[in-house]
Design a binder for this molecule. Structure first.
Ligand SMILES: Cc1ncc(COP(=O)(O)O)c(C=O)c1O
Length: 365
């Protein structure tokens, strides 16, 4: 039993026990820690967003259902508008979906390591969580996932492809096999979709228990504006909509998303540059003795070091390079994660990593 003081009396045990989802704020010259887009929202599109926003009355609520944005998203994704929800970041929609699907004791299966929020939200909702380890190569262990789901009679399975923090992609045939053999709801987080080009959307007509979430925080360069969307069978989407607060997305973010979708060709050069840099960074990283790089379908890499990672993380930070220390995650005690940046940022990161590792490796027996 967790000990409580008066202010905490009445707070659910599951909440008291849950680790907080926090990220220490660090300032750094080169920021490669949050899988953000190194290229900002284009300046002229910012101006256009401001122009449209200034023409509106700020005293009025936004549309109750942002229909024109949903129609644009339907065109972009190839999914029906009635099955699309827009949220204040995709995390909000993940929360809404879990609020609708999870009650006390609901068995939920989550691969591990994965995005920490899945466990946190499930824990707050008092789910019975079963974590299923990835394979040693960080691939999804589909047999183990299905066996665990069967054993605990899971109602919800949460998948992330490409997976954060490993970069792992779930193969189409594996997703198909999961959907064929698991009778509950599958929540598929495709936050990094634009970098992988792979989606599970084509399974949604056949398997109406599939829910897909995506975000404008990564490829679309809008992390600061908080905009995400969810796609599901329209009947299911309208149930999930009940758990979303009214007017959840502010007018400014809705406007910026519309401007972005009207100008999709403007995003291609940035995405192509990130993909090109991803190949170059993989080569450079794997060329460093003792460093093992895991395959990725996203705009970041997980890599394993021959020395304890915390000291390397801190030394890189001292040199002005901020990446992500993921060594406290299960299976990742020797790992760090780095976002693909601009060519200059990637060069600075690689040079700093070499400088940091060389003396440590020389001292190794
Ligand atoms: C797998 C995954 N899902 C969701 C998010 C957050 O998305 P949003 O900014 O749309 O809430 C992130 C951000 O890092 C992520 O890695």
């Amino acid at each position: 039993m967790v000990k409580r003081d008066a202010a905490l009396h009445g707070v659910k045990d599951q909440v008291l026990k849950a680790p907080a989802y926090t990220l220490r704020t660090y300032d750094a010259k080169v920021k490669l820690n949050q899988n953000e887009n190194p290229y900002d929202f284009p300046e002229d599109l910012k101006q256009e967003t401001f122009r449209r926003f200034m023409a509106r009355r700020w005293s009025r609520y936004p549309e109750f259902v942002p229909d024109s944005l949903r129609a644009q998203l339907a065109g972009y994704c190839g999914w029906e508008k009635e099955g699309i929800l827009v949220g204040n970041g995709s995390n909000e929609l993940l929360l809404a979906a879990l609020l609708v699907l999870v009650r006390e004791g609901t068995p939920v299966v989550i691969p591990s390591p994965s995005f920490q929020l899945y466990c946190l939200v499930s824990q707050i909702l008092c789910a019975r969580i079963t974590a299923v380890p990835l394979k040693p190569d960080m691939g999804y262990d589909v047999d183990a996932l299905l066996a665990a789901a069967d054993e605990v009679s899971a109602r919800v399975l949460i998948l992330c492809s490409p997976n954060n923090p490993t970069g792992t992609e779930l193969a189409q045939e594996d997703l198909g096999r999961i959907l064929e053999n698991f009778g509950g709801h599958v929540l598929l987080d495709e936050a990094y979709y634009e970098f992988s080009g792979r989606t599970g959307l084509q399974f949604m007509k056949r398997f109406p228990r599939l829910i897909v979430t995506r975000t404008f925080s990564k490829a679309m360069g809008m992390a600061g504006l908080r905009l995400g969307y969810l796609m599901a069978n329209p009947g299911l989407a309208s149930q999930i909509a009940k758990a979303k607060l009214p007017y959840n997305v502010n007018q400014f973010s809705l406007t910026a998303a519309q401007v972005a979708l009207e100008n999709l060709d403007r995003y291609r050069p940035a995405i192509e540059s990130i993909l090109k840099e991803r190949d170059r960074l993989r080569m450079l990283l794997s060329g460093i003795p003792g460093v093992k790089v895991f395959p990725t379908g996203a705009n970041f890499f997980l890599f394993e070091l021959p020395v304890p990672p915390r000291g390397v993380f801190e030394e890189l930070y001292r040199q002005g390079i901020l990446i992500r220390d993921v060594s406290s995650y299960p299976m990742l005690s020797r790992c760090l994660r780095v976002t693909v940046g601009t060519p200059e940022e990637n060069d600075l990161f690689i040079a700093a990593l070499r400088r940091t590792l060389e003396p440590q490796q020389a001292a190794m027996p």
